[in-house]
Design a protein around this ligand. Structure first.
Ligand code: GDP
Ligand code: CA
Length: 320
């Protein structure tokens, strides 16, 4: 084997879909798991640095997530939001009271000059997480989407407008001038396997690939025989939540596991699709991908662990 037995397993992830698979992988891998998380959805609200995808993964791995809501902390309260509204603030982006503590600590670390990657690691350590969650870059990258009303910030589209406008174009502002951190490129280059969460291929996985240095590291690690294994977040032509299906369609792609496979074929080796999409397997194989068909719905802990185990097996990695 070209890699050490304790070589990291790297997961490329967005928020909810990323967190569910990260959680399953964490059962098998513990500190061997390195999650590279999309940071192009990050925003500043009320003077605070808010990192939705990072925090969804972090709270999930810490066992503090609210499973019903799908984001934020369990047993959350909303006093700060109420008071902000009383003070005349437009509180369209909901931040829970306990969640705000995360943003306060992070904002202070960043203000003091701490690198985003280092600030992320400190918060993860404080919550007792053994895996590493690495922002895709320390540089500022922001997703913007073009709609009939022109270009919008990602969270204006996603949260404020409830993903209602059709997305006609997507841009990752700042990406061309950004660079991958050495933590991310080293993890990818030394990985036993690189996995891709069933996250939104356009606005969760897309920004990670847009950071200069990451595709190069992926290509290098594949040349050395490390497999890249991705899971479809489109099941039966639909996203389980969020706008991935509509976004694929409005951008001219097929809203199906096959549509995602077409986007991933140039840089992925194995594609995991749901059993309801089994009929698409021959067409996906024709793209040069190996296909694994299974139940991909990560409803509870047992399903998460099982699906993660199947992805690791497809990547030739022995779990513990
Ligand atoms: P966000 O950043 O919070 O929007 O979340 P992601 O981009 O990480 O994930 C959103 C995608 O994950 C959606 O397209 C969902 O269909 C997909 N997804 C979420 N949970 C599951 C699951 O249990 N199984 C599969 N196959 N896909 C999932
Ligand atoms: Ca996100």
């Amino acid at each position: 084997m070209p890699w050490a037995a304790d070589a990291p397993v790297v997961l490329l992830a967005g928020g909810v879909g990323g967190a569910r698979l990260a959680h399953g992988l964490h059962f098998h891998l513990g500190e061997r798991l390195t999650v590279v998380v999309n940071s192009a959805d990050d925003l500043e609200r009320h003077g605070l640095a808010v990192w939705p995808d990072h925090d969804t993964v972090m709270y999930t791995l810490a066992g503090l997530d609210d499973r019903e809501r799908g984001w934020g902390l369990r047993d959350e309260t909303w006093n700060v939001m109420e008071q902000l509204q009383r003070l005349g603030q437009d509180a369209w982006f909901a931040l829970g009271d306990r969640d705000i503590a995360t943003h306060l600590v992070r904002t202070e670390l960043l203000r003091d000059g701490t690198r985003p990657t280092e600030a992320a690691r400190r918060l993860q350590a404080a919550l007792g997480i053994s895996a590493r969650i690495l922002p895709m870059t320390d540089d500022l990258v922001r997703t913007r989407v073009r709609t009939d009303d022109g270009w919008l910030d990602f969270q204006t589209y996603f949260v404020r407008l409830h993903q209602e406008p059709a997305v006609l174009e997507v841009a990752f502002e700042g990406a061309p001038a950004a660079s991958a951190t050495w933590e991310v490129t080293t993890a990818v280059r030394s990985a036993a396997a690189v996995l891709v969460a069933p996250s939104n291929p356009i606005v969760s996985v897309g920004p990670i690939l847009a950071v200069p240095g990451i595709q190069e590291a992926l290509a290098e690690t594949r040349r050395r025989g490390t497999p890249v294994v991705a899971m479809s977040g489109i099941v039966g032509g639909r996203a389980l939540r969020g706008p991935a299906d509509r976004m694929l369609a409005s951008l001219g792609h097929e809203a199906s596991a096959l549509g995602v496979a077409r986007l991933y074929a140039p840089w992925v080796d194995v594609f995991v699709i749901d059993q309801v999409d089994a009929a698409l397997a021959p067409q996906i194989e024709a793209l040069g991908l190996r296909v694994v068909v299974t139940d991909t719905i990560m409803s509870d802990d047992a399903a998460r662990a099982r699906i993660a185990g199947e992805m690791l097996a497809a990547a030739g990695v022995a779990g513990s």
